[in-house]
Design a binder for this molecule. Structure first.
Ligand code: SF4
Length: 280
């Protein structure tokens, strides 16, 4: 059996920055209690490790009256900054710069009077955060039929969730172009995401089976699973930890490809690689 790791996989720049920030805050030993607003990343093992180090997860600023709240890479609505200031809560901002860029675009064009279209999942924290920079007035496009909600006669600014698949994005843009003429389109899909998706697609064509490692609630991991399943519908396995590998099933394959979501620590990827190699 041959095991091949995808060229681009695992922690992306934005997630690494958020994790490093959190651990640096722990080491700094400031007197303020540390929190993250929502789980720092979509990886339960890392969230548990942070908890052991004294960083608790809160879902709402209302839950605390003081302390240092770390904003995760997904970013937050603009009003969170105001609320924190009013309450005297310290914010440590780990919003990924690629997400900050989308927030700035949305705010700029909203202030100019544009209709804001956000291609993405309305329940994803990144999209909720982006929408919070245009007063929650954005039109969220998750399915192509949602385009009906866009006003044809308004100048429109289009942005896209960083983890969206390029193919889906292009499909949306074609449809929007048919409906609205005054458009400012920003392809804000993150390069890290695109590289991971391209590498996963390429590798899944070359192997007998694919293992995708990453949190079950991680959007970018789920997209990798979808991409791998396009090539290997019955031979793609999504796992969160090494313990979930079924070695009896894997034995029948000659080549296995491995990829990992942007919030999957290298440690977990290495554990999986090691364990499969020990099987050989
Ligand atoms: S996937 Fe891209 S946008 Fe999201 S945190 Fe990573 S680098 Fe930033």
């Amino acid at each position: 059996m041959k095991v091949i790791l995808a060229e681009n996989s695992g922690f992306c720049f934005g997630v690494k920055k958020a994790i490093d920030t959190a651990f640096n805050e722990v080491e700094a030993k400031n007197e303020h209690k540390l929190y993250t607003l929502g789980p720092l990343i979509h990886n339960p093992q890392v969230v548990e490790e942070l908890k052991q180090k004294g960083i608790d997860v809160i879902e709402d600023l209302e839950e605390v009256h003081s302390g240092n709240v770390i904003i995760r890479s997904h970013g937050v609505p603009e009003k969170i900054y105001r609320e924190a200031e009013e309450k005297g809560i310290i914010l440590t901002d780990s919003t990924c710069p690629f997400v900050s860029r989308i927030q700035k675009i949305v705010k700029e064009y909203y202030d100019k009077g544009y209709q804001i279209a956000i291609i993405g999942d309305p329940n994803h924290p990144e999209v909720i955060g982006i929408n919070g920079w245009c007063n929650d007035d954005g039109v969220i496009l998750q399915k192509t039929e949602n385009i009906e909600k866009l006003k044809e006669d308004k100048p429109t600014c289009v942005v896209v969730q960083t983890t969206m698949s390029l193919v889906l994005y292009e499909e949306f843009i074609e449809l929007i172009k048919h409906k609205i003429s005054d458009l400012q389109i920003f392809n804000t899909i993150c390069l890290a995401t695109r590289k991971r998706q391209d590498a996963a697609r390429k590798l899944s064509k070359e192997v007998d089976a694919m293992i995708v490692i990453g949190g079950y609630h991680s959007s970018n991991t789920q997209k990798l699973v979808t991409i791998c399943k396009e090539e290997k519908p019955n031979d793609t396995f999504h796992i969160e930890t090494v313990d979930e590998i079924d070695f009896e099933i894997l034995k029948k394959y000659e080549t296995i490809g491995i990829t990992a979501g942007a919030s999957t620590p290298h440690k977990v990827v290495n554990e999986v690689l090691e364990k499969i190699k020990n099987l050989l």
